[in-house]
Design a protein. Structure first.
Length: 296
């Protein structure tokens, strides 16, 4: 006897809702637990003061600055490279074995564990090129880590633009490059910016790749010193730079700080909120730009 299709449909839909609700409940519980432990540690001093290694107190000011500085530098390096690669693959590359190899390589690189990228960066940038444990080594390693996913995201945004817009640009006498820059890129801008912001959240929360490249120390910074060659200058890209994610790992692994659990909880809450803000900003900005583009 065949089962009633309507009953089967209701059962499967209910099963899907059950699985989805379970996942949302687990994620929400984890998020609330991190915020419940970390939010009481929040204060202006905690967010701006330097960290202390063997004493109670201290903050995450330098680590927080290092995280944002490394994020900006990584995006400055990876975004033009990803944009150029995506434009080539979407608009110029022929469909042959060479482009298939490129896309396969992008897929493989996007699934590499971050610790492997960190070890590669340690061997190439820290040792081979002699950059040492520095912001530059970390940014270059995160570029390798972030480039495949960012390239794929931008390529998908470009491919989502209807072919009729390309044909319209060519019909108006525009060259292929003018069509890409004047028509395709502006239309794909919402998806491109959304991908960049999501990549920023991924970069901001990365730790494994930076342990071997940016280092696990945060020298005291003088924010009045704008000489990029000085070790105390915040602009120096050749200084070691312990980021917020690495700081959390270091506190929990060493266990030498008396109030390490409290500092780790506060830093974790800051990290989670920052990544959450990146994701919400990406969604909101993407919707606004998409609405503006379609209404225009």
């Amino acid at each position: 006897m065949n089962p009633n299709p309507k009953k089967v449909d209701k059962f499967m839909v209910g099963l899907i809702y059950l699985f989805s609700g379970t996942i949302i409940l687990i994620l929400a519980s984890l998020l609330l637990f991190i915020l419940w432990r970390g939010l009481p540690q929040f204060s202006w001093e905690f967010l701006t003061a330097p960290a202390k290694s063997f004493q109670v107190g201290g903050g995450i000011g330098i680590q927080l600055f290092n995280s944002f500085y490394l994020l900006v530098l990584t995006l400055l390096i990876s975004t033009p490279l990803a944009l150029g690669a995506a434009i080539y693959l979407s608009e110029y590359a022929p469909q042959n074995w060479f482009t298939d190899i490129i896309r396969t390589a992008i897929e493989v690189l996007s699934s590499l564990p971050s610790v492997v990228v960190g070890l590669f960066g340690f061997l190439i940038f820290v040792i081979q090129y002699g950059f040492g444990f520095s912001i530059l080594s970390g940014a270059l390693s995160l570029t390798i880590f972030n480039l495949p996913l960012l390239t794929r995201t931008i390529e998908d945004s470009l491919r989502a633009i209807p072919s009729s817009q390309r044909e319209a640009g060519l019909a108006l006498g525009l060259s292929r490059w003018e069509t890409v820059t004047l028509i395709i890129l502006p239309a794909a801008l919402p998806g491109i910016l959304t991908g960049m912001i999501l990549a920023a959240g991924r970069i901001f929360g990365e730790a494994a790749a930076l342990i071997y490249t940016a280092g696990q120390s945060a020298p005291a910074l003088d924010f009045t010193n704008w000489n990029p060659q000085s070790i105390t200058s915040p602009l120096n890209i050749f200084r070691p730079a312990e980021t917020l994610a690495v700081h959390i790992w270091k506190i929990n692994s060493e266990g030498v700080k008396p109030d390490g659990a409290e500092v780790s909880a506060g830093a974790s809450a800051v990290l989670v909120l920052a990544v959450l803000i990146f994701n919400l900003t990406a969604r909101s900005l993407g919707r606004r730009l998409q609405k503006k583009a379609t209404s225009a």
